[in-house]
Structures are given as C-alpha cells and as structure tokens.
Design a protein around this ligand. Structure first.
Ligand SMILES: Nc1ncnc2c1ncn2[C@@H]1O[C@H](COP(=O)(O)OP(=O)(O)OP(=O)(O)O)[C@@H](O)[C@H]1O
Length: 242
C-alpha cells in the first residue's frame, strides 16, 4: 500500500538538542496510528514538522505523493492535513457554531458556497455530539466539550489525515469512553495520527504504535507486539501507564 504520509531522515534541532533525530516514519491510508513515548521524547515536535508548524533541520516529508517539506502549514491544511491545536485555538467568546465555521473557512475555495460551509459545520458538530450546543459560547462549555469542539474544528476541514495531540488529557473516564467511540467513527473516513499518553486508549484504538525516545523511533508495530517489547517496557510502559 502506498503511504499517505511519509517522512525520511527527518530531524529538528533546538540549539544542541536533537528533538527529532533522523526519523523515518510513514502512515498508511485508513490506519489509526498512535505515537507514544516519555515526556520530551519528541512526539509533539514530530507532528509539528508533519503539519508544518515548524521547519525541519533536515529531511523530507511527502503527503499523498507530493513533497510537502517546504509547503506552508495553511496550504497543508488545504491539502488535507488537520492538526487539532491545543485548546488555545478555540475563540472563547464565539459560539460553538462560529468556532467550527471559522475552522471550515480555512479550506474554503472560491467555488464553495455558504450552504456547503453550513453543511460541513453541522456535520462536524453532529459527529462530536455538540449540535445542541451550537449557540453556546465556547467559554461556557465544560473542558471535555471544549476538547470535542477542537476535534469538530479539525473534522470541518474534511481532512485526509487528522492529527490529534493528547486528545484525552483532562477528560473524565466517561468522556474517554465516548472519545474512543468517536475515533472509531472518524476512522471510517479519515486516517488518524494520535499522540496519546493514556495506554488504554492507545491499545484500544491504534492499528500500529510508534514509540519514540530521545528523538528517535525506538519501536513500531501492532499493539500486542509493542506491549510485549522489552525495550519499550523498559523505556516507557513500566514508568508511565497513563
Ligand atoms: N521550541 C522549542 N525550543 C527549544 N526546545 C524545544 C522546543 N520544543 C521542544 N523542545 C524540546 O525538544 C524535546 C522534545 O519535545 P516534545 O515537546 O516534542 O516532546 P514530547 O514527546 O511531545 O513531550 P510531552 O509528552 O511532554 O509533550 C524536549 O526536550 C523539549 O524541551
């Protein structure tokens, strides 16, 4: 299968620190991939490189057969890479509807009508279960609902690849259960790349897991093989089980 996303020899240094160090990484269309690893392993830096928030020190990134290494982030969004930014990307005074509409507008081309925009917004709100809160200001939502709003903002872009950075952080057990259902639903249409600390969520959702440590890929494979991998247990699972 031809990968949807591919990175070769990807590196990013911050001063003398190799936050991402010669990483080869690829994601197939239709999969749910989790990236795990201890704090500071380089996970956020890796996805920031993939979505274009930061530039690589070296290496190449391809998406859907095109070299996107130097393509700016906003164009990558239009090409189909959506990254759910941390909660700061939500405008607290705007309603749920308007927040999602603002996100959806990022992919608007001249030919797309207001009606199409409205349909995308409503569809995204429905997916995450926020339809009844469409006219609620984002600031009045619970924390869990704000996280769902972020995902709706990502979905409104109709991405081919949805990147979720620690989506379950701060959610209650019930909300995490709903999140797992949501991702199972989203994956029918979209490839998902998930940075996640909660190992239960990772084991339930991921087709494959990439384990990072010190900017490098320590291991990669199906949940069962990662769980059984002694190197991984030593580096990560034994010390942080979410
Ligand atoms: N803008 C930056 N300037 C300097 N150092 C940075 C910057 N961003 C990240 N780093 C460093 O790069 C390393 C990797 O950080 P990164 O945030 O990618 O790790 P992570 O695996 O996502 O960690 P966490 O699980 O804690 O979010 C860390 O040592 C971090 O301090």
């Amino acid at each position: 299968m031809k990968p949807l996303l591919i990175a070769r020899n990807l590196s990013r240094n911050f001063g003398g620190l190799k936050a991402v160090d010669m990483v080869d990484f690829s994601v197939n269309p239709g999969e749910v991939r989790a990236v795990i690893g201890p704090n500071g392993a380089g996970k956020t830096t890796l996805v920031s490189l993939l979505c274009g928030r930061i530039e690589p020190s070296s290496g190449v990134i391809g998406f859907n057969g095109e070299d996107i290494t130097r393509v700016p982030a906003h164009i990558r969004v239009r090409m189909g890479i959506a990254y759910t930014f941390q909660i700061t990307s939500i405008f607290p005074n705007l309603t749920v509807y308007d927040n999602v509409a603002l996100a959806a507008q990022r992919t608007l081309t001249d030919g797309r009508s207001r009606k199409a925009l409205d349909a995308s917004v409503r569809d995204a709100m429905l997916h995450v279960g926020l339809t009844e809160r469409a006219s609620t200001p984002a600031a009045a939502l619970s924390y869990g609902h704000q996280r769902l709003l972020e995902i709706a903002m990502g979905l409104a872009l109709h991405p081919r690849l949805l990147i979720l950075d620690e989506p379950t952080q701060g959610l209650s057990d019930g909300e995490i259960k709903d999140f797992i259902k949501l991702v199972r639903d989203i994956r029918k249409e979209t490839t998902v790349l998930l940075i996640e600390h909660n190992m239960d969520v990772v084991m339930r959702l991921a087709d494959r897991i990439t384990v990072m440590e010190n900017g490098r890929i320590l291991a990669e494979g199906a949940p069962r093989s990662i769980r059984a991998n002694a190197k991984v247990q030593q580096a990560y699972l034994g010390t942080a089980d979410g």
